[in-house]
Design a protein around this ligand. Structure first.
Ligand code: DX5
Ligand code: ZN
Length: 217
């Protein structure tokens, strides 16, 4: 069954502890934690100290999406803060060789690793990394902001990743991020997505459980 990863970016930060509790009680097994540095993307969100506090009050799997220009420099702090998964962008590193080296380095810290591609980046760019990643994060909006409209081009990428996985017996999960709601989520599930990230769709409602369940159908 598909997993739902509520994106904390859309939560009420004044009530973060209860927001985390509400999504966990609502059936989410992952939290999606969007880190933005104002450089890789034109927005700034939150850093590792908040993650450290969150990790103390939940058993959910902490999925850290680094939208930052220097993932190599900062990922260790997120690992220390309790991240279970570190995802960085292929567009943030200079070469595929550098991405591979960094993925292997992160993996050695005992956490899962993922690579993310922006809407303009084709799957072929990351093809040689697919055998070592645990997650491929397909961006279905330009990274930087919640509440944007889903780009349908992401569907072909999900299908391509599912085919490659089957063909080569790879083990990664396919995760999609941006503009997910009941309809777009369903289209992604049809293409064999494994994890749906959803921010505004969940947090702008007053019943998180109903929204999380609706995404799983
Ligand atoms: C966008 C972030 C997303 C965002 C999704 O850069 O990576 O995780 O929070 O928000 P919604 O679901 O509102 O599009
Ligand atoms: Zn994200």
């Amino acid at each position: 069954m598909v997993k739902v990863a509520p994106s904390l970016l859309a939560a009420n930060f004044m009530d973060l502890k209860n927001e985390v509790k509400r999504i966990e009680e609502g059936g989410a097994s992952w939290i999606h934690y969007d880190v933005m540095d104002g450089h890789f993307v034109p927005n700034i969100s939150f850093g590792y100290s908040i993650l450290k506090d969150i990790s103390k009050c939940t058993n959910m799997y902490l999925d850290v999406h680094l939208m930052i220009s220097d993932p190599k420099k900062y990922y260790p702090e997120f690992v220390k803060a309790g991240a279970n998964l570190i995802v960085f962008h292929i567009e943030a590193v200079e070469s595929i060789a550098q991405a591979k080296e960094l993925l292997l380095e992160i993996k050695q810290q005992g956490v899962d690793v993922g690579i993310s591609i922006k809407p303009q980046t084709p799957v072929s760019t990351i093809e040689t990394l697919l055998e070592i990643v645990d997650v491929v994060l397909v961006m279905s909006v330009e990274p930087g902001f919640g509440g944007q409209v889903f780009h349908h081009e992401a569907l072909d990428k999900i299908a391509e990743l599912a085919n490659l996985r089957e063909k080569h017996c790879y083990h990664y999960l396919i995760e999609v991020d941006g503009g997910i709601n009941e309809e777009t989520g369903k289209l992604c599930i049809e293409k064999k997505v494994d994890v749906l990230v959803a921010g505004s769709y969940i947090f702008q409602s007053d019943d998180y459980q109903t929204k999380i369940e609706a995404l799983c159908i």
